[in-house]
Every structure is written in structure tokens, then in C-alpha cells.
Design a protein. Structure first.
Length: 234
């Protein structure tokens, strides 16, 4: 039996020293998860403490007879403890300047709706605000609440169903892979996926923001989804 499994076995029997040593030997594992959540408005030391709680829960719940690596089981537990705190405490922070711009855009949208008798097109909003369509997209994505993989576009599509992997939200979000995969996409494909599946926009609305035709958006969407499939399930 490996040293780690020996420590885990003793810890599960109530040996607090063994639990402490296991944590010390896996401090790097905890930090590797914690660093993924920096910049969310919570001090790194506090995130680390949350990660340690998740690690200890993993120690207590790990099945020594299952034949899998402990880290494979521990990473989702550590990430889950941190994500639970961020979710319950609303700790995802947006910079003051971005937040103020988001509020100004919201007010401007209301004023243009009253003047035009309809929702302003992105180009009209951009002209009135003195911003580019891309700047508006960045601000609105940053100031909108986080969405689930079950967020639907107006066509009823979800990123989960489109990628087509069972239990994808559970497995991918727990392993902190989805955002990294999206960030690694070419710029236009990334914005297409974010706007379509996280903002729920139509292809036509997305085309106006990205500055291409609807046909091009359809192609960007297909390529982006294919890259995500290859990255996440390949």
C-alpha cells in the first residue's frame, strides 16, 4: 500500500495527525485548484482554507477499494467547496468602472427604447454610448450573472446538449475545464460561444456584435463547438 493510501486509511479511522500529514503532502494539489478562483473577490488565504475543507471531505469520503487515484476524487471536492462558497456569498466581483459602465448602458438602453419605441440595435447603442459593439459585449458579459450550461438560446439550445456528453456540467465544471477550453478558442469563436450559449442571443444578434454575417456566425459556432468537443471529451 502506498504511503498516501496508508495515511488516508488511518485518517478515515480518526487519526487526525494522519489527516494533517496527508494535507501537508498534498498542499500543491489544493493550491492548484485554489489558483483557478483568484480574482473572485475572496482572499487567496481564505480560498485555501475552503480548499482544505474540501480536501478533508475528500479524505473522509474516498473509497480506498475503488482503484482510482485520490487526486481524481479530491479535485472536484476541493473545487466544489470553493464554488459553493462563491455561489452562496455572491463573491464574484466586477470592477467598479465596469459596473458603472454597465449601469450607464442600462439607462441608455431604456432611454433609446422610449425614443425609438423598440429595443435599440447594438449599432445604435454603440453610437449613442460612444463605444464599439465589442466594448458593449465585454461590459454586458462582465456585469450579467453567471449562467449554467443549461442556459438556453432562443432556439432552445444549450451548450450541454449541443456538445452532447451526458453529465457534462457535473464532470467539466467540477474539473474546472470548460472556461479554460472556451478561453483557448480563437477570438471570434470564443465570443460566438459566449454570446450564443451564455447570453442566449440569436445568431443574428451575435452577428451584429461580432461584426460578421449570420452565415459566418453559423460557421464560427460549428467550429467553436467542434473544438470544445475535441478539447473536453476527446
Amino acid at each position: 500500500m502506498s504511503e498516501l493510501f496508508s495515511l488516508l486509511e488511518r485518517a478515515q479511522k480518526g487519526d487526525e495527525d494522519a489527516c494533517r500529514v496527508a494535507l501537508e503532502k498534498n498542499e500543491g494539489l489544493v493550491w492548484s485548484v485554489v489558483r483557478r478562483y483568484c480574482g473572485r473577490g475572496v482572499e487567496m488565504d481564505d480560498l485555501y482554507q475552503l480548499g482544505c475543507i474540501g480536501f478533508i471531505k475528500a479524505v473522509k469520503g474516498f473509497d480506498l477499494t475503488y482503484g482510482t487515484q485520490f487526486s481524481t476524487y479530491a479535485i472536484p471536492k476541493i473545487a466544489g467547496e470553493i464554488r459553493r462558497y462563491l455561489r452562496d456569498n455572491g463573491a464574484v466581483k466586477v470592477g467598479r468602472t465596469t459596473r458603472e459602465k454597465g449601469q450607464a448602458l442600462w439607462i441608455l438602453r431604456q432611454r433609446l427604447r422610449g425614443q425609438l419605441g423598440r429595443e435599440a440595435h447594438v449599432s445604435e447603442l454603440a453610437e449613442a454610448a460612444g463605444m464599439s459593439a465589442e466594448e458593449i459585449a465585454v461590459i454586458e458579459l462582465a456585469t450579467s450573472p453567471p449562467e449554467s450550461l443549461q442556459q438556453e438560446t432562443v432556439e432552445g439550445l444549450t451548450l450541454e446538449s449541443t456538445i452532447g456528453t451526458e453529465g457534462i456540467e457535473e464532470s467539466l465544471v467540477e474539473k474546472i475545464a470548460l472556461r479554460e477550453a472556451i478561453d483557448s478558442l480563437p477570438e471570434r469563436e470564443k465570443w460566438t460561444i459566449l454570446l450564443r450559449f451564455f447570453k442566449g442571443l440569436t445568431q443574428q444578434q451575435t452577428a451584429r456584435i461580432v461584426g460578421v454575417s449570420q452565415v459566418q456566425i453559423s460557421r464560427l459556432e460549428r467550429r467553436g463547438l467542434q473544438r470544445l468537443r475535441e478539447s473536453l471529451v476527446g
